[in-house]
Design a protein around this ligand. Sequence first.
Ligand SMILES: O=C(CO)COP(=O)(O)O
Length: 250
Amino acid sequence: MTTISPLIAGNWKMNGVSQSLDELTELANLLTTGEAPRAVVVICPPATLVAAVAAQGASSGIMAGGQDCHANASGAHTGDVSAYMLADAGAQFVIVGHSERRADHGETDDQVRLKAEAAIGAGLKPIICVGETEAQRDAGQAESVVAAQLAASIPDGAGQHEVIVAYEPIWAIGTGRTPSNDDIAQMHASIRARLVDRFGPRGNEFRILYGGSLKPVNAREILAVENVNGGLVGGASLLAKDFYTIISAV
Ligand SMILES: O=C(CO)COP(=O)(O)O
């Protein structure tokens, strides 16, 4: 099995104004004064802060990412931001297909795939999110739902680029609940198998992140689960100390 360098990404969601960059400064201090982090560290702030995070994070190795992008490079799309614009602002990553966008904006797998393609085209690394609802898990459909999302959301060209998958069970997001380690292991193994099926040995090199109530208290055990190659952190990424504790748990 190829060794994959783990990645911890903070998704600030619609939290954070310019003062929040104080947290970034604190995180940078923790990262540069403590033991060198064993993970690639990414912060995905609101679009208004991407340029500031990219500029301010650079000296401590923190990279910036967007939380979404439009599938087109430019055009009449009021309120949207393209992958090129994020790259131009200094981003290196972009989250696509987050369940909150799938739910709030009716985003389909096809749209998510087009966004991922746009991201790749702009030189960004897409973090493609998948995950089941609680009802789907209770009905024993979690793996088939995620498999269908993977099949339709990941572009065919992903094997030639750096594409990251994030498994985020919807019922675990912001709830303080997480799947058992066995359930996480089973889902990540299933995702891995599908990636290898589709992309051959290259499928072993994709990072598969876990997201959903990843916290300082559970990070060490979740991040140690096989095929968990890092995390996508919401609430706990807003405080530098908490986020640093998760990074250090790798
Ligand atoms: O949605 C998430 C990250 O994208 C997870 O959010 P929480 O860590 O707040 O559960």
